[in-house]
Write a protein that binds this ligand. Structure first.
Ligand SMILES: [Zn+2]
Length: 157
């Protein structure tokens, strides 16, 4: 069987599919009618579905629109251009951030004492003095008092 457009020998499997024209761009352009849906694999996104004819898809592919891996798109291509799946998201190196309350670099007990004295009307210096006398093992420092009082009170659970 030969192409009805250019007379070239038609591939047997193409003839078997019911085509009477070959795969050359010229004959495709003359004979192909109607849009078709082609899935184009686009890196880092879901497949993009195009409604376009073969020639347009090839033209757009060659223009680089679909990225390098799709430039080999054949003129007679049918079906999805699914290539390698997108790379998996990199695993986080650090564990997920802890809830705010647990990110505070002081203990619950330290905060409790500082806030208690603060609520009693002590200024930071007085808090430091009281803590040193009454709660020496908590290791409360002036910097810690400043940090605790500058931070919103953590909510009890
Ligand atoms: Zn032909």
């Amino acid at each position: 069987m030969r192409c009805t457009e250019c007379g070239e020998q038609l591939l047997a499997e193409r003839a078997a599919l019911g085509y009477d024209y070959c795969t050359s761009p010229v004959c495709q352009k003359k004979r192909y009618r109607g849009p078709k849906v082609t899935a184009i694999g686009v890196n880092k996104s879901a497949d993009v579905f195009l409604v376009a004819d073969d020639a347009e898809i090839v033209r757009r592919g060659e223009a680089g629109e679909f990225g390098k891996k799709n430039t080999s798109l054949g003129i007679d291509y049918r079906g999805a251009v699914a290539t390698a799946p997108p790379p998996a998201a990199p695993r986080p190196i650090h564990p997920p951030a802890l809830p705010t309350a647990r990110r505070r670099p002081w203990s619950r007990q330290q905060e409790k004492v500082v806030r208690l004295y603060h609520d009693m009307g002590c200024n930071p210096k007085q808090i430091l003095e009281r803590a040193a006398v009454n709660n020496p093992r908590l290791g409360i420092t002036a910097a810690l008092i400043k940090d605790i009082l500058a931070t919103p009170e953590r909510r009890s659970r």
